[in-house]
Design a protein around this ligand. Structure first.
Ligand code: SF4
Length: 97
């Protein structure tokens, strides 16, 4: 079984991860973060996304509890993935209570 088959977002609306027209970005990212926070394959997902985190500032996807800008910084080594995850997980927890 590949890690993608264990993804928590398999049944989630794709729009919250990909479609920047569906919702305001902060609402979309908060909804996606709540899904990523309980995902068992977040490390694998981020590892797969990082090679694509290059200079495109128009990338509006949210993957593995990271925005595109955060993925670029993680890739450059100026941001730790654990710190980004902790911040999004806290936000997702606040939204749930
Ligand atoms: S970390 Fe998030 S985007 Fe990645 S597979 Fe899991 S739920 Fe989907």
């Amino acid at each position: 079984m590949s890690w993608m088959q264990r993804a928590a977002c398999a049944d989630a609306p794709a729009a919250i991860f990909f479609d920047d027209r569906a919702l305001r970005a902060e609402l979309r990212f908060a909804a996606a973060a709540a899904v990523c926070a309980r995902c068992p394959v977040r490390p694998e997902c981020l590892d797969a996304a990082l090679p694509h985190a290059r200079g495109r500032s128009s990338d509006t996807t949210f993957r593995a509890s990271t925005t595109a800008a955060e993925r670029r910084r993680i890739r450059r080594g100026t941001l730790r993935r654990e710190d980004v995850w902790a911040r999004w997980d806290r936000l997702a927890l606040q939204e749930a209570t």
